[in-house]
Ligand binder design. Structure first.
Ligand code: ATP
Ligand code: MG
Length: 193
């Protein structure tokens, strides 16, 4: 145990660099977006300016949207939250509309990614834009690489492309061991939305 502690202490002492980090939360398990929203709370608490761009319009009445709308009163001019895009659908996709929506979301996101005032940018459900080829991955990687040096970025969504995983600093693959939905439990307020 003490040898392990020595090892960890050395690793902590060796990690001296301070810079912005790109996180990717991917995989089929639950927790990708909610972990990103936890980081939003953390960053606001540290006085940072935060932007959230949601690439897939789910429901607008989520607990996180309501909570962070209230939080804007406590942290004025610190939090910018955009719900963009079209709803995800199992129906045949409307390609021109989806591409335009993804582009609009990306235009917004790129503005934050070039603004050093923003310490954290969350791009929620962005991976779908690559899956359906609504956005050029190479363009996104280029903008990410040129972002302000102290800016953190969290990208969420299933099936993150390998090149994005390679470019990111911290990648978490959420594994679904089981999910209540499979046992017939509907999406529950306060837990799922
Ligand atoms: P959360 O927002 O709860 O962190 P997520 O971002 O990891 O979830 P998404 O793929 O964005 O997951 O799906 C969002 C919704 O689908 C949430 O209501 C979540 O509870 C539900 N969900 C997530 N993973 C699963 C799963 N493995 N099976 C069924 N439903 C899921
Ligand atoms: Mg999600």
């Amino acid at each position: 145990m003490s040898r392990k502690k020595d090892f960890v202490d050395k690793a902590i002492a060796a990690a001296q660099e301070e810079r912005g980090v790109v996180l990717v939360n991917t995989g089929n398990g639950k927790g990708k977006s909610s972990a990103a929203f936890g980081v939003v709370a953390r960053a606001l608490g540290q006085g940072m300016k935060v932007a959230v761009v949601q690439f897939v319009k789910g429901r607008a009445d989520t607990g996180e949207a309501a909570f962070f709308r209230e939080a804007r009163k406590v942290f004025p001019d610190k939090l910018f939250w955009h719900i963009t895009g079209e709803g995800y659908t199992w129906e045949i996709q409307n390609l021109p509309r989806d591409v335009a929506a993804a582009r609009a979301a990306w235009d917004l996101a790129s503005r934050y990614l070039s603004d050093p005032e923003f310490g954290l940018v969350v791009l929620d459900e962005m991976t779908y834009a690559f899956k359906f080829q609504w956005l050029e991955l190479s363009e996104v990687l280029e903008v990410l690489s040129r972002r302000p040096p102290m800016q953190h970025v969290v990208i969420t969504g299933r099936a993150a492309p390998q090149e994005l995983v390679d470019a990111a600093d911290t990648v978490t693959d959420m594994v679904s061991v089981k999910h209540a939905f499979q046992a017939g439990v509907k999406a529950m307020p306060g837990l799922d939305w």
